[in-house]
Design a protein around this ligand. Sequence first.
Ligand code: SF4
Ligand code: SF4
Length: 431
Amino acid sequence: MLKQIVFIIVLLITLGIFSYTLRNLILLFKQTKPFPIKDFGKRFLMMLKIAIGQTKIFRKPVTGLMHALVFWGFCVITIGSLEMVIDGISGSERIFSFIGIFYNFIMASDDIFAFIILIMILLFIGRRLFLNIKRFTGIEMSHKNHIDAYIALSMIMLLMVSLLGMNTFYLGSGNEIKGFYPVSSIFASFFSNINNNTQYILYEFFWWMHILLIFAFANMLPYSKHFHVFLSVPNVFLSRLEPLGKLYNMENVAKEVKLMMNPETAFTASDSNTVPERFGVKDVEDVTWKNYFDALCCTQCGRCTDVCPANITGKKLSPRKLMMDLRARMNEKGSGLIKNGKEFNDNKSLIKDYFTSEEIWACTTCNACANECPVNINHPSLIIDMRRYLVMEESSAPSGIKAAITNVENNGAPWQYSPEDRLLWTKEINL
Ligand code: SF4
Ligand code: SF4
């Protein structure tokens, strides 16, 4: 009974802290712009293929398999964690064991995956420590980012150690054994000379260690790059279905064009006075909620920057940095926006103070970054919106682009010749 009371208090504290974080995140999302989502059936299939099947991650077969094993392992282990929470509240022990043979299967998978994840995490830590992986470096990767990664990896390692420790001493605790634990059975054989009472105490110790680590980890994730543990599956579900190269029209500009083409049908009475608040994206309040979701979901893996032709050829642009900058800027400005509304101005902006014009114009819009990102983040659409702001509100663009835009405006083509002269060349060949 005492265990139940303590557990419920700890659970309520955990849920309280998590709800506070969630509330703050919802308030931040409210500062962003809408982004419509439809075609749920197609999205579900894409989620199964890319998020659950981990298909993109397998483009690098070895690290891809390592990461996929950790992901699938987490999915299985979550069932065991859910059982622990129900056991903790109700005072039961291994409450899911009523499902019989399936329970043996789930617990065996849980036990095997805990061991596999432990090995993979040790390899990931070793890789970060001893191999000089280029994609883990870059101007955006500060010491803090690396520490963040080590903390999260260490937490996962301790989670697996505590899970295996719990299973190992459960087997020698004198309790009626429910489930099958192939890996922990081997470990348990090393401790067979310890009496049941001591093993029971060790079992309880690891049970509490494991559940407290889960609670701490869940509350730590939203503040770290490992938030993708929660967000990667929904982010893939919400990602764009259209071809990556397709540009979204700006609604108000499209109306202006329609007005020029056909003034009578361009506007309905209700929307004729709509004035856009802003063309494109200057700061965090101009991005869509999906852009911000992308930024929160970014794992900082660097796969996008690794394939970016601008970055490879020595330009300052890094698509990973764009996601990290957006998240950092929202952390900086978000509370001011929540408190003072959209008019809040701290004399800084995402463009210039975080992501410079030089970076924005270095993009070739090749979409390699979006194609490579394992969680389907779309960087180019945000870069294009930032360009739209620069061009339409600040008349700022590299001179070559300005000349092309002026020519399109004057000549209907990016060249500096009049449309009337377009067929002059045919005279020379006597057509
Ligand atoms: S779309 Fe832009 S940011 Fe993405 S890979 Fe290509 S050049 Fe780099
Ligand atoms: S945007 Fe995607 S590919 Fe790039 S670092 Fe983030 S998760 Fe990795």
